[in-house]
Design a protein around this ligand. Structure first.
Ligand code: NAD
Ligand code: ZN
Length: 374
């Protein structure tokens, strides 16, 4: 992985490495009610009436008001998907098989409507329809060979930054890891803050804290540069407004949606850090969901992110959130070991958090001590 660090001297900047040239979402529409423009947005992408648009939709919207607003025409397909479990490689493979078996023509596009789970599924299906084999083969960095199908993402809960990132995080047979590729990034995003109206409070907080923790980890990381910082600081300010001040619900939804976007942009050019690395271990062994897992770990990281953790506690108090506890008590030694192994396998995250000599600063014993507090 190439770093993006610079040594600043008095008069000149000396680059120490080549810089990553990463893609951004080329088209984005923002605004309350902008979802209703989706039909017009998709129209020029339709290859013919036999090439459907596949809508992957969080099943929380099934039979609801949103259903009638999905611009499905011709032989388009709407698939409702349960987001209670995080996306898996075999689930992506099954979806691709289903689409292949139902339609002789390649789809005109894939549209994901939901939180990080549905956005990641839509990205993965778009990538995997165009590439051979199982999604598990492509978990890692830049392994995808062929361009994906056209795909659009429509978040209905804010925080993950999945709408803007070049990864789709999947639980595979051997690891939880993203398909990180230039072809993963959405071709189109629709940011309609009204879609996040029904999010339950706890979930709002956990997914919102994912964004906050992205900011803390990016802004305190060794990979930070002015590009990441500019987005990270904006996202951080928005998070502080949303979680520590009184806002009208509508304003709060709008600001958190933009915080998520900026937080995602910030980590695009830097990385996340310790909470994410440890949350991956938690999720792999116990299935703990991303937002909650990050919160569970982050509350105990005062030694690494003192200011960030202090503010996190204030945010919990202000919003009257109680995290579940005793999650890791009773774990078998081999389960704890596995958590540590998965976590310590996230090299770029540790390197961002603790620098190139990170292996001298962290080990399984330190991680176990933190896990056992959760
Ligand atoms: P989610 O998609 O897992 O959804 C969480 C819950 O909120 C679900 O029960 C869902 O049904 C519900 N929900 C969503 N929108 C709703 C609405 N408008 N009204 C009522 N309920 C609603 O939540 P998430 O936290 O956004 O996503 C987590 C996933 O995102 C994880 O799988 C994680 O790995 C992934 N992720 C991906 C990236 C990336 O860059 N690709 C970054 C961070 C996290
Ligand atoms: Zn995250």
């Amino acid at each position: 992985m190439s770093l993006n660090k610079e040594i600043y001297t008095d008069k000149k900047i000396t680059p120490t490495a080549t810089y990553r040239n990463f893609p951004m979402v080329p088209r984005v529409i923002y605004g309350k009610g902008s979802f209703d423009q989706l039909g017009d947005i998709l129209l020029p992408r339709r290859k013919n009436s036999d090439a459907p648009v596949i809508f992957l939709v969080d099943d929380v919207f099934e039979d609801g008001e949103l259903e009638s607003r999905i611009p499905s025409i011709f032989n388009d397909l709407i698939l409702y998907i349960d987001a209670d479990e995080e996306p898996k490689t075999h689930q992506v493979d099954a979806l691709v098989d289903e689409i292949r078996s139902r339609f002789s023509e390649a789809p005109s596009g894939i549209v994901g409507i939901g939180g990080g789970t549905l956005l990641d599924l839509a990205k993965a299906v778009a990538v995997m329809y165009a590439n051979k084999g199982s999604a598990a083969k492509y978990q890692g960095w830049d392994l995808v060979q062929k361009p994906s199908l056209y795909h659009a993402g429509i978040p209905t809960i804010s925080g993950t930054g999945a709408e803007v990132s070049r990864t789709t995080v999947l639980m595979g047979p051997e690891m939880k890891l993203g398909i990180n590729s230039d072809y993963t990034t959405f071709d189109q995003v629709v940011l309609d803050p009204d879609l996040t109206r029904g999010v339950p409070k706890e979930q709002w907080f956990y997914t919102g804290m994912d964004c906050y923790i992205h900011c803390v980890e990016s802004l305190n990381g060794t990979f930070l540069n002015a590009f990441s910082q500019s987005y990270g600081e904006k996202a951080m300010d928005l998070c502080k407004e949303v979680f520590l001040t009184e806002l009208e619900p509508c304003e709060s939804r709008e600001k958190l949606m933009m915080a998520s976007w900026h937080g995602g942009m910030s980590i695009a050019y830097s990385q996340v850090g310790i909470a994410h690395a440890m949350s991956y271990g938690l999720s792999y062994v116990l299935g703990t969901r991303h937002g909650l897992g990050n919160c569970l770990v982050f509350q105990h990281l005062e030694a690494y992110y003192p200011k960030g953790v202090e503010r996190f506690q204030q945010m919990m108090e202000k919003n009257d959130i109680q995290l579940p506890n005793r999650i890791c008590t009773g774990l078998r030694e081999e389960e704890l070991e596995k958590m540590c192994r998965v976590s310590l396998g996230m090299t770029p995250l540790w390197e961002n958090a603790l620098g190139p000599q990170w292996r001298d600063k962290i080990n399984s014993d330190i991680l176990k001590e933190i896990y056992l507090k959760i």
